[in-house]
Design a protein around this ligand. Structure first.
Ligand SMILES: [Zn+2]
Length: 477
C-alpha cells in the first residue's frame, strides 16, 4: 500500500484558534481524506508549538505556569479539530517527552555533522514573531505584523552553518526534487537563496521556557528549530516504526508567512542531519477579513465555533475552502457566508439531491442504460477534479463539482422525466449515477453530510426508506 504523510504547521499556543488555523487544518484534512479514498495509507499530523518567550510571558500575565497555560490552549485546538471532523492521526505537542527526545536526537546529528558553532548575535527581536527582525522591515519602529516594539538583543548564540547547504537547496528546489507549490512561492524562495543569506541561530540565551541545548544547558533551543522538528518527532524519530514507514513527508501544508523557515531552514537542517527531504511544500495564501488583516485590535477575528454553530461543521469546511484559490491571498467576506451557503448548499447540492431522491421515491427505479450525455459529463468532471486535487487546488476542484450539480439540475428541468414514462428509467438512473458521483467527490470536503446522503441513497435503492423519512441535508438559513 502506498503511504502518504501530510502535515500542517503546529500552531503557537499563545491564544485561541481562529479561522486562519482552521483553514489550513481543514485543507490538509480534505487532502488526507481524498488520499485515503484513493487507497493510500495516510498519516496526518497536526499539533501545537508550545515553547518560547512569548508563551512564558502570556502565562505569567494569566497567573499560570507555562505548562498549565499551554495545556489549556492546546486542548482548545484539539477540541476544535474534533468538532470540525478533522481525522488527524496524531496531535503533536512540543512540550511532550516524545518531542523533546526527538529534538535532542536531531540536534545531536547537526552537532556531529559539525554544523553548529558558537557566535554572538546582536539584533532586533520581535517576541510576537519569535524571530529577529531587520530595521528596514519595521513600520514606525514597530513589527508590522504584531505592532510590537522589538527589543535589542545581544547574546551568545549557537549558529547553524546554513551557507554550506545553500547550493544544494537551490539545486533541489530548482529541479523540483523538493517541489514548492505554487510556482510563485518557489520563485520567491529561489530569489531569497540568491541573496546573501546569513546563518541562523539554533539557540537563545535568555529564554527560559524551552528545551535545553544539550551542549550548554544555559542555552535553550531556538523555538523554530524546536518546532520544525515536530514533523519528525510526531513519527517517533529516530527509531520509531512510523518514522521508517512514513518519512519523508509527502506534503507540508504551510502559510506564505512561514515559507522561508520551511523551504530553506528546514531542508538545510535535514540535509545536515542526513535525513531525506520532504517531497512537496504547499504554500497557501493568507487572508484578510472583510478587506482587513485579521487582528484582535481590529476586533474582526472570526471564531470558527460561531460558524460551526450557525452552519454546522460540514458547511463550515465548505465555506472556508470555497472563498478563493489557495494559491493566492484572498479576502473572507463574512457577510457572504450566508449567501454562499444558501446558493451552493441549500439551493445547490441539497436541492438537487432532494429532487432526485423525491423522484426515486415516487417512481420505481427500473433497470436501464444510462444517458451518454450524462455519463460524459460525469467522467469529465471526475477527470478535472482529480487533476486539481493532485495539485492541491481544492477551490478549483470544488468548482468542477458544482458544474456537474448545475448540469443535473438543468437536465431535470429540460427532460421533465415525469412527462415521459418511456424515458423515465434512463433519466432517473442517469441522475442517480450523477448524485452518486457527487457524493464521492464531495466526501473529503463534507464527510458527515455525504455519508448521510450515501446511506439514504442506498436504502432508497433497496426499498428500505420509511414513507415519512426525510433527508434534511442543508436546510436554508
Ligand atoms: Zn512580530
Amino acid at each position: 500500500m502506498n503511504k502518504f504523510y501530510i502535515t500542517t504547521p503546529i500552531y503557537y499556543a499563545s491564544g485561541e484558534p481562529h479561522i486562519g488555523h482552521a483553514f489550513a487544518v481543514i485543507f490538509a484534512d480534505v487532502i488526507a481524506r481524498y488520499k485515503r479514498q484513493k487507497g493510500f495509507d495516510v498519516f496526518f499530523l497536526t499539533g501545537t508549538d508550545e515553547h518560547g518567550s512569548k508563551i512564558a510571558e502570556k502565562a505569567k500575565a494569566a497567573g499560570k505556569n507555562p505548562q498549565e497555560y499551554v495545556d489549556e490552549i492546546s486542548k482548545l485546538y484539539a477540541d476544535l479539530w474534533k468538532s470540525l471532523q478533522i481525522q488527524n492521526s496524531d496531535f503533536i505537542r512540543t512540550t511532550s517527552e516524545k518531542h523533546k527526545a526527538g529534538v535532542e536526537k536531531f540536534i545531536e546529528k547537526l552537532w556531529q555533522a559539525g554544523d553548529i558553532y558558537q557566535g554572538e548575535y546582536e539584533g532586533l527581536y520581535c517576541a510576537g514573531c519569535e524571530n529577529f527582525i531587520l530595521e528596514k522591515d519595521l513600520a514606525n519602529g514597530l513589527c508590522p505584523d504584531h505592532l510590537l516594539k522589538p527589543e535589542l538583543v545581544k547574546e551568545k548564540n549557537y549558529f547553524f552553518n546554513l551557507k554550506k547547504y545553500i547550493p544544494f537547496i537551490k539545486e533541489k528546489i530548482g529541479n523540483n526534487e523538493l517541489k514548492i507549490i505554487p510556482e510563485s512561492r518557489k520563485n520567491e524562495i529561489l530569489n531569497i537563496l540568491s541573496a546573501n543569506l546569513p546563518d541562523f541561530s539554533v539557540t537563545r540565551e535568555k529564554v527560559q521556557w524551552g528545551i535545553p541545548f544539550p551542549y550548554e544547558k544555559e542555552q535553550i533551543i531556538y523555538v523554530w528549530a524546536d518546532a520544525l522538528t515536530n514533523y519528525l518527532s510526531g513519527l517517533d524519530f529516530p527509531d520509531g516504526e512510523k518514522f521508517k514507514k512514513y518519512w519523508p513527508a509527502d506534503a507540508h501544508i504551510i502559510g506564505a508567512d512561514i515559507n522561508k523557515f520551511h523551504s530553506i531552514y528546514w531542508p538545510a537542517l535535514l540535509m545536515s542531519a542526513g535525513i531525506a527531504l520532504p517531497r512537496k511544500i504547499f504554500v497557501h495564501g493568507l487572508f484578510t477579513v472583510n478587506g482587513q488583516k485579521m487582528s484582535k485590535t481590529l476586533g474582526n477575528v472570526i471564531d470558527p465555533k460561531v460558524l460551526i454553530e450557525k452552519f454546522g461543521p460540514d458547511a463550515t469546511r465548505y465555506l472556508l475552502l470555497s472563498q478563493f484559490p489557495a494559491f493566492e491571498h484572498g479576502d473572507i467576506n463574512e457577510n457572504g457566508f450566508m449567501e454562499k451557503y444558501n446558493a451552493d448548499l441549500a439551493n445547490g447540492v441539497g436541492n438537487l439531491f432532494g429532487r432526485v431522491f423525491a423522484m426515486a421515491r415516487r417512481f420505481e427505479i427500473k433497470e436501464s442504460g444510462l444517458d451518454n450525455e450524462v455519463v460524459k459529463i460525469i467522467n469529465e468532471t471526475k477527470e478535472k477534479y482529480e487533476k486539481w486535487m493532485e495539485n492541491f487546488q481544492l477551490f478549483e476542484a470544488l468548482k468542477e463539482v458544482f458544474v456537474l450539480v448545475k448540469f443535473l439540475d438543468k437536465y431535470i428541468n429540460e427532460k421533465q422525466p415525469w412527462k415521459s414514462p418511456e424515458n423515465l428509467p434512463q433519466i432517473l438512473n442517469s441522475l442517480l449515477s450523477g448524485v452518486e458521483e457527487i457524493i464521492v467527490l464531495l466526501s473529503p470536503f463534507m464527510p458527515q453530510k455525504m455519508e448521510a446522503a450515501n446511506d439514504f441513497l442506498n436504502r432508497l435503492k433497496s426499498g428500505k426508506i420509511q414513507p415519512d423519512e426525510k433527508l434534511g441535508l442543508f436546510p436554508r438559513v
